[in-house]
Unconditional design. Sequence first.
Length: 202
Amino acid sequence: MTIPQQTLSMFLTELSAQNPTPGGGAVAGVLSALSSSLANMVVAYSTGKASLAEHEQIHRDCKIFLESAADKALILAEADAEAYKKVSALWKLPEDDDSRIANWDATLVEATMIPIKTMELCEQILITLETLVGKTNAMLSSDLAIAAVTAEAAARSGFYTAQINLEQMNADDAKQKLVARCCDLVKSCKEKAINIESSCGV
């Protein structure tokens, strides 16, 4: 059963088992989904309020995006687990194995791109949350802030997952480009989360 199909309890049971997957990259995806869903709760409690009527279109747009983001995040969680299975299979081969040598960097790049996509999604979620600051039910400001720090935690989880893969790569040029992209994303997400927390007054 895939991660999007699992209950939370089932996912936690698999996560705690002595298996390489799901791991930190899958956690990054699940955290992103939690952030999106919590933010959508804030939107739900804001939509239809007379005092926030001028922001009705923003609420509708954000609701659509956040629903899509939650679904995409769980798909990325599953994709991360599947990508790492390929890395794990290569690890089991002798270092001088032709298949391992030929596929090593490409497999690591594939495994690295999943957490990078998760980090990109986190950045989009945080941009959406910035849009919602001051335009939602004030009673749920803490929930908006929690959604922000959860998205930032997801981005950091994705960063660490990508980092461990990148350290194993041989192709230096490709590695440096991916490292730079990861650093830019995690910095952006941190700055946005701090800004949202401050703006929410928590």
